[in-house]
Structure formats: structure tokens, C-alpha cells
Design a protein around this ligand. Structure first.
Ligand code: MRU
Length: 363
């Protein structure tokens, strides 16, 4: 998508430098900085410390990490170690493990001298596939928005609500939850997006930055506002992303998603989840019991970062010194609260039967 009129993906391989370039998202929306990853340690830190974030983007970055490692030393021991180190960076989003397993399965049978080039080709393939999957999710989600638009008086926008950032910078391009929004906007359908701030890291500010860059009307709201807006008939449709969805359609996503789903259910607001197939964990069924939830640093809760009146990026503490915190980064929304899953193959019910109908080869 575009930044200041230029098209970017959230990562790209620089052919001249033979190195991966990423957008360092820690500085957004205040500053747009590009970072080059030059060691396996750089890749691990970039994922763990959230220079890159969002389930699909973590997966693509890990694939390039494997390629980096294989170009350095294509032996079995190094492949195993790179898999291990990258896999340890973040526990919840399954795309990371999915990409690493895919790389290992493709590279292990090859003789070491062929692994470096093959790993890089595979990383490119995973990145390109992600773009295509998200574009197709957008086409299916667009239909939902179009149907609601038909019920509106002329010119009145379809009002969406989203949580966290499931936008183009959380993927390689398009985003998952935002892809239908971009496509609706491009098709001339008026929309307005309520953007949850998504404490503690305020990924909503990233979503606002993205939507603003594309001229999509939106309002940044506090995390607690969504239920009130739904009660007052101000939300037509909720679309969120997901970091891991089980084979029975339980959805793990950024902390606070579950509360939005409860409020949506209570107010008969359709609650959809944009789900690329690499985010489905076919090995697990009960999301609440089986998905590991990342517990993050307390500084994310006690401090906030923004731009001060001098225009400098600054971090301040918002709690009394020494206050204890809890910082679970994700929660699980049980399938009964999810109206439907928007995948690249179409929309299905959030259930084992629904997912099996679209991905019969996986069951
Ligand atoms: O902790 P983050 O910022 O990596 O969490 C991201 C989310 O929870 C997104 O909603 C999810 O990955 C879907 S991204 C397309």
C-alpha cells in the first residue's frame, strides 16, 4: 500500500544489498524508518521486540530469517538452530511456526549447496502468497460491506469497527481485516471505521496511520468505547484479524477482541474475522485451553510513547512508580461469538464443519 504516494510492502529484499529491508514499526505512526536485517540475531530481535509484528508478517520475516541462515551455513545443525531461535521469538501467532515448518520441510531433502538459493526463493514465494491471500480475503469481505451498503440511504457510510492493527503493515500487503475496507473504499462505497486504540501498545494508531494515508474516514476510540457504540446502533459490522484460529473456529487475537465479540453478540452486530489459511492451527481445537498466550513486558503497560509538543518522540510513565502489572497480549474468542470467518477461499461458519468445507484437504 502507499506511504506518501509511494507503494511499499512491509518488507522487501534489496537485490543490491542482498539483505531484507523492513519498516521498523516501533516508530510508527510518528516516524517512518526502514531497517536492514544483517544477522540472525537481527531477525530474532525484530520479531521479538516488534519492529515487525502481525501474524502474517512475522511468518514472512521468519522465512527470510531461515533464508539468511541458509545462505550463511546450509548445514543441518544450523538449519535446526535457526528454526529453534526464530520459533522462540513469539509464542502465539501460528504463522511463525507455519512458515518455519514449511521452510524446513522444503529444505531438509535438498543437498546443502542448494539450500541457500532455495530458501530465498521460498521466502519470496511465502511473501507473494501472503499478498495474494489478503487480496482475496478483501474481495470476499467486500461483498459483506456491499450488502450492508445496499441497505443504507444514499451516501450514508457503512460503519465498521476493528481492533488492533490487522492492516497492510501486519501482513506483507493489503492487511487481513483492512483488505475489505481498502477494497470497499476503492470501489467507491462510503465507509467509516471505528479504530480501537488497543492498549497497551496502541496498534490502533498504526491502523489510523494506514487508513489516513489512504483517505479512509475513521475515528480512533478508546478500547472501552466499542460496546457503547454498538448499543447505540453506530456499528454495522466488526472485522478483526487473528493470530491463531483453531480447527473448530476459536479465534485468538489481540487482547480485548473477546470483549468486542461479547458486545457484538449482545447487540446483534455481525462479528467477522479475516483469516488467512496459514493462521489456522489444525492441530488444536479448544482455543481457550490450548493456545499459549504471550505475556509481555510490564513496561508496555506502565509507559506510553508519543510525540511531545516539541515534536520529539517521547516515552512517559502513566502509573505510580513500582505499580505491578499484568500484560497478557492475546485472548481467545470462542467460535459461538464469531459470525463468520473470511478466508481467501470464501466466507464460512466459525466451526469445524465450516472450515472443513473450505479446506477439505486439511481434515
Ligand atoms: O502483537 P501484535 O501487534 O503482533 O498483534 C497483532 C494482532 O493481534 C493482529 O490483529 C493479528 O496478528 C492479525 S494481523 C493481520
Amino acid at each position: 500500500m502507499k506511504v506518501d504516494g509511494h507503494h511499499y510492502r512491509s518488507l522487501w529484499w534489496d537485490l543490491e544489498k542482498e539483505a531484507l529491508q523492513i519498516i521498523d514499526q516501533r516508530w510508527l505512526p510518528h516516524d517512518f524508518r526502514i531497517e536492514q536485517l544483517d544477522s540472525l540475531q537481527d531477525y530474532c530481535v525484530a520479531i521479538k521486540d516488534m519492529h515487525v509484528r502481525g501474524a502474517p508478517l512475522i511468518g514472512a520475516t521468519a522465512a527470510y530469517g531461515m533464508a539468511f541462515a541458509m545462505r550463511q551455513d546450509a548445514g543441518d545443525a544450523n538449519m535446526e538452530q535457526a528454526w529453534q531461535l526464530l520459533n522462540e521469538t513469539r509464542p502465539t501467532a501460528i504463522n511463525l511456526r507455519w512458515a518455519l515448518d514449511r521452510c524446513k520441510a522444503a529444505l531438509a531433502p535438498l543437498p546443502p549447496e542448494k539450500r541457500g538459493a532455495a530458501a530465498l526463493r521460498l521466502a519470496h514465494e511465502i511473501a507473494d502468497e501472503d499478498v495474494d491471500i489478503n487480496r482475496r480475503i478483501g474481495e470476499h469481505g467486500l461483498q459483506l460491506i456491499r450488502d450492508i451498503a445496499k441497505t443504507k440511504p444514499d451516501g450514508e457510510p457503512v460503519r465498521l469497527l476493528t481492533h488492533c492493527n490487522a492492516g497492510w503493515i501486519a501482513t506483507v500487503d493489503w492487511g487481513t481485516a483492512t483488505s475489505p475496507m481498502y477494497q470497499a473504499h476503492n470501489a467507491g462505497i462510503p465507509i467509516h471505521v471505528w479504530v480501537d486504540e488497543t492498549r497497551p501498545r496502541n496498534q490502533g494508531a498504526l491502523t489510523s496511520w494506514e487508513l489516513g494515508s489512504h483517505g479512509i474516514p475513521h475515528s480512533y476510540i478508546t478500547d472501552n468505547a466499542g460496546g457503547h457504540l454498538m448499543q447505540h446502533g453506530l456499528v454495522d459490522l466488526v472485522i478483526t484479524g487473528t493470530d491463531r484460529t483453531t480447527r473448530q473456529g476459536d479465534v485468538c487475537n489481540k487482547i480485548g477482541t473477546y470483549l468486542k465479540a461479547l458486545a457484538a453478540k449482545d447487540n446483534n452486530v455481525p462479528f467477522y474475522v479475516a483469516l488467512p489459511s496459514p493462521t489456522i492451527d489444525w492441530r488444536v481445537s479448544d482455543g481457550v485451553k490450548e493456545i499459549p498466550i504471550e505475556d509481555r513486558d510490564s513496561r508496555e503497560v506502565t509507559h506510553v510513547t508519543g510525540t511531545n509538543s516539541a515534536g520529539e518522540i517521547s516515552t512517559v510513565r502513566v502509573t505510580p512508580e513500582g505499580t505491578g502489572t499484568g500484560n497478557p497480549a492475546f485472548d481467545v474468542t470462542p467460535n459461538r461469538l464469531v459470525t463468520g470467518l473470511i478466508t481467501e477461499r470464501g466466507i464460512c461458519e466459525a466451526s469445524a464443519t465450516g472450515l472443513a468445507s473450505l479446506f477439505p484437504e486439511m481434515v
